[in-house]
Design a protein around this ligand. Structure first.
Ligand code: ADP
Ligand code: MG
Length: 527
């Protein structure tokens, strides 16, 4: 009989700028070589070639060098968002147009086509799966996926769906910072240690406090800024380069033409300046200029400041102090900038460690969890990760406020039942997820519609899986508990308002609505 081939589970981190896949193989956990330029990662880039074919990874980067307008980067943060998502507005200055795909989700316009972001994610995941299968010498089909903490239930479900389309069986979806903590804690034999993990990647910043005992993790709190990452640093530098070129009269009159290559030049220089004081910038038109680290630090000082502020906010919101932490671990590519580390150390007053691979930590941690799931399957002990909900979720009230069903930091999985007194007739509930107390500022997940025949009480059961994905059930008068589908079609403003105006919940107006909102905003630290 042929020896049984050991099962493997891939750990996949589809980052905003780089995608990586790792596996526990022959006794160690390692990143798998892909066809990327840095062979351990694949650019999370998308392009359309002259014949309309979708390209991802290095092929997309090559295409972008030929035809910048046929390529796009930084797309992951848009995955699973609606075309009318309020969060899209925080991604200012996107170098491509976003429009609605056939499902009303954000898609991107390239070369006269609207490309659904799930198509992009599916293709990228297919390439990662294929790189892993080549490396292992057989098809790998099971995976643990990392997501940013700020991903809402819809975005998590969209990633899962894309992975399934790519032929992957997804065992678990977990927050990238929890995965990074697993990679950090692995083999260190920690006992009840409280670790602050900061992940500053290409397109977002995440903060988590995790209690670690051996390979068992309990996330205590998380927070994030989904619009703060390396790409924002690049944009600052590119803007400065552009105004310099304009001052010299060499910039083209149509700046968007030069934006892609200009950003790439800015990024390459930024990376060099993490290790050296001065670097040459190779400008797209063949000219060269030079930049110092000092200048780049001045251009990006406020971004580093936001990193420290977001970190302090998360600690303060959970009544934690830097001194009460056992370790501060910094991961993510942009964390290599000396300015970021310096500002964090100044602000926290404790040393910041970097003894875990800042680039691969997410994928490596996901692969470690994958390996543990296999062990647990075969009856052995394995690592466990108990995560929390990062973004509150609730139902719209008539009056504009979001009635929270699950608060931030609710331990997952979680269940909650809303009991609603009802009369015969229609009943609709609109479900939103987001940090704002104001419904319209959050992400619309979908609606529940019932046609009620009897008077009594309706029980609506909300369940969040361990992965942060929502499912719903209802118990209506005279019926048994039944799963109910979320109507997810996109609604225009008028239809959304009409839906919210039929909510069975009413905001109790102790103050005028505007006074109430600004009061609430202040309370939640929003401008
Ligand atoms: P993501 O997971 O979002 O794809 P990564 O953690 O891979 O992000 O980090 C990618 C970001 O890190 C990019 O913006 C890249 O420019 C930046 N980066 C990579 N290396 C360095 C470096 N040495 N110094 C500064 N920034 C870096
Ligand atoms: Mg990342």
């Amino acid at each position: 009989m042929a020896p049984a081939v050991p099962e493997v589970v891939l750990g996949i981190d589809l980052g905003t700028t780089q995608a990586r896949v790792a596996v526990f193989h022959e006794g160690t956990v390692r990143l798998i070589p892909t066809s990327g330029s840095d062979a351990r990662s694949m650019p999370s880039a998308l392009a359309v070639d002259g014949s309309g074919q979708l390209l991802v990874g290095t092929a997309a980067i090559s295409e972008s060098e030929r035809a910048p307008r046929r390529a796009a980067m930084g797309l992951k943060r848009l995955l699973g968002l609606r075309a009318r998502s309020p969060r899209l507005r925080s991604f200012v200055g996107l170098p491509y147009s976003v429009s609605a795909d056939p499902r009303g989700d954000a898609g991107i316009e390239l070369h006269g086509r609207v490309i659904p972001l799930t198509d992009f994610a599916t293709q990228l995941l297919r390439e990662l799966k294929s790189a892993a299968s080549t490396f292992l010498g057989r098809e790998a089909t099971r995976a643990v996926l990392c997501v940013p903490a700020y991903f809402d239930a819809r975005q998590r479900a969209a990633l899962r769906e894309a992975a399934e389309k790519a032929g992957l069986n997804v065992l678990r979806v977990l927050n990238a910072s929890a995965a990074a903590t697993l990679a950090y804690g692995h083999g260190r034999g920690l006992a009840r240690k409280r670790v602050l993990v900061l992940d500053l990647g290409g397109g977002g910043f995440e903060v988590s406090v995790v209690q670690v005992t051996g390979d068992d993790l309990e996330v205590v709190t998380t927070g994030s800024d989904p619009a703060l990452g390396g790409m924002d640093f690049d944009a600052r530098i590119a803007e400065a380069l552009l105004s310099e070129l304009r001052a010299q009269g060499t910039a083209s009159s149509e700046p968007s033409l030069d934006w892609g290559p200009l950003r790439s030049a800015a990024e390459a220089t930024k990376v060099l300046l993490s290790d050296q004081e001065e670097a040459l910038v190779r400008l797209p038109d063949g000219a060269a200029s030079s930049l110092t680290r000092e200048r780049v630090e001045a251009l990006t000082a406020d971004l580093a400041q936001r990193v420290t502020e977001a970190t302090r906010e998360v600690l303060e919101s959970s009544s934690l102090t830097p001194q009460g932490l056992d370790a501060v671990v910094l991961v993510g590519g942009q964390s290599r900038a000396p300015l970021v580390r310096r500002r964090l150390e100044e602000s926290l007053g404790v040393p910041v460690r970097s003894d875990v691979d800042p680039i691969g930590a997410g994928a490596l941690g996901a692969a470690l969890l994958g390996r543990s799931l296999l062990e647990i399957e075969s009856g052995k002990p394995g690592a466990t990760v108990s995560d929390v909900l990062s973004v509150p979720l609730g139902v719209a009230e008539r009056g504009g406020v979001l009635r929270r069903v699950f608060e931030r930091n609710t331990r997952l999985p979680a269940d909650k039942t809303l009991v609603i007194p009802i009369t015969p007739g229609p009943l609709s509930l609109a479900i939103f997820q987001g940090p704002s107390p104001v419904t319209a500022e959050n992400e619309y997940l979908g609606a529940l519609h019932f046609q009620l025949e009897r008077q009594g009480e309706a029980e609506i059961h909300f369940s969040l899986s361990q992965d942060g994905i929502l499912s719903l059930a209802a118990t209506l008068p005279g019926t048994k508990r039944q799963p109910v589908p979320l109507a997810t079609e996109e609604l225009d403003d008028a239809a959304r308002e009409a839906l919210i105006s039929r909510s069975p919940f009413v905001t109790e107006a102790k103050e005028s609505p505007t006074g109430l909102f600004s009061g609430l905003r202040k309370l939640f630290g929003k401008k």
